[in-house]
Write a protein that binds this ligand. Sequence first.
Ligand code: UTP
Length: 296
Amino acid sequence: MPKKPVRKAVFPVAGLGTRVLPATKSVPKEMLTVVDRPVLQHCVEEAREAGIEHFIFVTGRNKAVIEDHFDVAYELEETLRRRGKLKELEELQSSLPAAGATSFTRQQEPLGLGHAIWCAREVIDDEPFAVVLPDMITLPGSDGKRCLRQCIDTYEELGGNVIAVEEVPMEETSQYGVVAKGREFGKSFEIVGMVEKPAKGTAPSNFIISGRYILQPEIFDFLRKGEKGAGGEIQLTDSMRELKTTQRFFARNFDGKTYDTGSKIGFLAANVAFALSRPDIEPGFRAELKRIVGSL
Ligand code: UTP
């Protein structure tokens, strides 16, 4: 049976970002800059490359600047035009989603990731959709594709629900959602169990859920219940585990690099890695980096 295409992506951006305070006191963490653009723009570009047509942002208080970032900046564009800065103008305009291709909805209280996704239910309606955790940003894998595109490839091949995973040292698994591995299908495998933040020594594998998902709309049947899980939050993993009793879940073992910009070290590492991946910035930055590293 042909699979319904994945056209919409949800970006939950209503978290408080307490791990990167004080930066996030008045600036949303998704608007912190990696190289020359907000973290969130990297994610939107990844989704666009993956073929996503509609971008749904679940925002909260103090996040209005996100909406502005994806709108026309009339005065700025006019000034760039007058000053002949046409390259900058072109870059601004080409990064703008098409008219009507964005939706913004509010999560009034940060009750957890599962609750944030639930807030997008009316915009998603009845079709499979992607979830992009905007604090995780990715560099392409061996096939030149970023993580969401690899997940959609798995979905197009195997159907069902797909979660991007990556391996971490066993002792770090208690900080993440973790999946149990079943039968392999090339670069993917069937998920036979999942748990959010397992107690030390109890994780079913070292494959962690890494921030990109393809989900079927039936997930809302379980998110609707609003049950609290690990950390007192409404966890997406708990609803996925329930959905797994009636639908298949596959893991895509992403072979590129993921950076967690929601932590201070991850944010700094992302800036270094993304700068080194940019042909226009790499030469100058490499020289500067060598000077710093040489002095360590
Ligand atoms: P995190 O737990 O990493 O985000 O949630 P956080 O709560 O902002 O981070 P800290 O721990 O306080 O630093 C993963 C993603 O889910 C979103 C966050 O914005 C982040 O992108 N999220 C989380 C919501 O949108 N709403 C929530 O209630 C919780």
